[in-house]
Design a protein around this ligand. Structure first.
Ligand code: Z5A
Length: 210
């Protein structure tokens, strides 16, 4: 755990409610007197957002190789860590990040990059700046189809099939199982209030609530 700030990441498949939960957490943790910094991956800084655009919206009819995609995610992450996350943690802020390195482990391994290569790159880029707590929003993909549809998003991920979303779900659950001290799985099908309450309980249990 960092000496001053706290680093909380939110993970899960598309439309599981990460952005909605983050808005609730920002309000609740700010009300407790914490300086809260909300950010996202890929993105979070000017350069990282530029890389996000390149990664998620390549020129028409072009596609990144799985390895190039993994490297782009980590390129964006390196700038994000250096210029936003680490300075905020050093100031004592609570950083809440919508997706982080677990998304690379999940999505890019499904795309075919070996876990060994992904973990080696992650070790170089992330170093010691590991999340204090990772909240994984979990639900069966077919139960979330309507939510994803409402977002009206069209990117390289959203166009993929249900089977892909099932694999994403399994990948996150495997990460949670392999690092139970860091990860807490939350039922994404609860109401926004129920999910927020469960997340705050996890924060109170796992992190210093003061
Ligand atoms: N990606 C990658 O491949 N490798 C990486 O390393 C990283 C990312 C970091 C973009 O991510 C893509 O990048 C992502 C993985 C890949 N793949 N996709 N797609 P993104 O975070 O920008 O996109 P996203 O995962 O699809 O997130 P999102 O659109 O922000 O969805 P969300 O935050 O999980 O859900 P939401 O916006 O809060 O909610 C969706 C809808 O459900 C909305 O209408 C809400 O009002 C509703 N909602 C939310 N919570 C509830 C509850 N509890 N009950 C009922 N309704 C709810």
């Amino acid at each position: 755990m960092t000496d001053l700030g706290r680093f909380i990441t939110l993970e899960g498949g598309e439309g599981t409610g990460k952005s909605t939960l983050i808005a609730g957490l920002e309000g609740a943790l700010s009300a407790r007197g914490h300086d809260v910094v909300v950010t996202r991956e890929p993105g979070g800084t000017k350069l990282a957002e530029a890389v996000r655009n390149l990664a998620l919206h390549p020129p028409e009819d072009q596609a990144w190789s799985p390895l190039a995609h993994a490297l782009l995610m980590n390129t964006s992450r390196d700038d994000h860590l250096r210029n936003l996350i680490r300075p905020a943690l050093a100031r004592g802020s609570w950083v809440i990040c919508d997706r982080f390195a677990d998304s690379t482990r999940a999505y890019q391994s499904i795309d075919g990059v070996t876990p060994e290569d992904l973990l080696a790159i992650e070790a170089i880029v992330v170093g010691d700046t590991r999340p204090d707590l990772t909240l994984i929003l979990d639900a069966a993909p077919n139960a979330l189809a309507e939510r994803r549809h409402q977002r009206n998003v069209s990117d390289v991920f959203e166009r993929k099939a249900t089977e892909f979303h099932e694999r994403v779900r399994s990948a996150f659950l495997e990460i949670a199982e392999s690092e139970p001290e860091r990860c807490v799985v939350l039922d994404a099908l609860g109401s926004p209030d129920q999910v927020l309450t469960a997340a705050l309980n996890a924060i109170d249990t796992r992190l210093d609530p003061s």
